[in-house]
Design a protein around this ligand. Structure first.
Ligand SMILES: Cc1ncc(COP(=O)(O)O)c(C=O)c1O
Length: 216
């Protein structure tokens, strides 16, 4: 698989068709790796049942590749991938993530509850999650050249929107005043976007938002 990919890279002109091929190989490769490393376990409650046939069926379903278990959804995902490759994305804050990140997102880490902070969780079984979160904190501080004796970092928000909400709740009370660049001027919904007739973003419901604008 890897050889074939390298072969395609080596060809002098990488045509659009070749790009499709590379992409499909990578897609296949990601899923093969995940299948080997992260095969889903049959929950214990199922394994106690006396019906071996049912167990085998359940196991087969849980461990099936997406393209076998839900070809309709797989087909849509492939179309989206094609759209991303063939189109030009002009949304500055969108991103094409890397293969290792895609692999991380498809691991058994998905299965775990981990509210709280490392060493102070609401649930057990977080020893490895804690290691990962501490690693992320360490790397974040290093990335910004910050002294861990003086700085802390919260690496939990999934993305920009929950990050913004976390910041607002840290610095303002409910219905406190927030200011952010207005959506039509290049800001974001989570800056408290509302129109004359509707509070569009939850951040305008829970906070009193006053957008600022860019003057030309
Ligand atoms: C300033 C700002 N805040 C929040 C967001 C939302 O980020 P996300 O889509 O990662 O939740 C964006 C996205 O572009 C943004 O530019």
């Amino acid at each position: 698989m890897l050889q074939a990919t390298i072969q395609i890279f080596k060809s002098a002109m990488i045509s659009r068709r070749a790009l499709f091929k590379i992409n499909n190989l990578l897609l296949y490769h990601v899923h093969q790796v995940q299948k080997v490393l992260f095969t889903q376990l049959v929950p214990r409650s199922f394994s106690t049942t006396t019906n071996r046939m049912a167990n085998a069926d359940i196991s087969k379903t849980l461990n099936a590749n997406l393209w076998d278990s839900d070809p309709e959804l797989w087909d849509i995902i492939k179309k989206e991938k094609r759209r991303q490759i063939t189109g030009i994305e002009l949304i500055a804050s969108e991103n094409f993530t890397t293969l290792p990140v895609l692999q991380c997102l498809s691991t058994c880490l998905h299965n775990k509850y981990s509210e709280g902070l490392p060493g102070e969780r609401y649930y057990g079984g977080n020893e490895y999650i804690d290691q990962i979160e501490r690693l992320a904190q360490k790397r974040s501080l290093e990335a910004f050249n910050l002294d861990p004796e003086q700085w802390g970092v919260n690496v939990q928000p999934y993305s920009g929107s929950p990050t913004n909400f976390a910041v607002y709740t840290a610095v303002a009370e409910p219905h406190g005043r927030i200011m952010g660049l207005d959506l039509p001027d290049g800001g974001h919904l989570t800056h408290g976007f509302f129109t004359q007739s509707k509070k569009v973003s939850a951040t305008s419901l829970f906070f009193e938002s006053l957008p600022y604008k860019v003057l030309f």
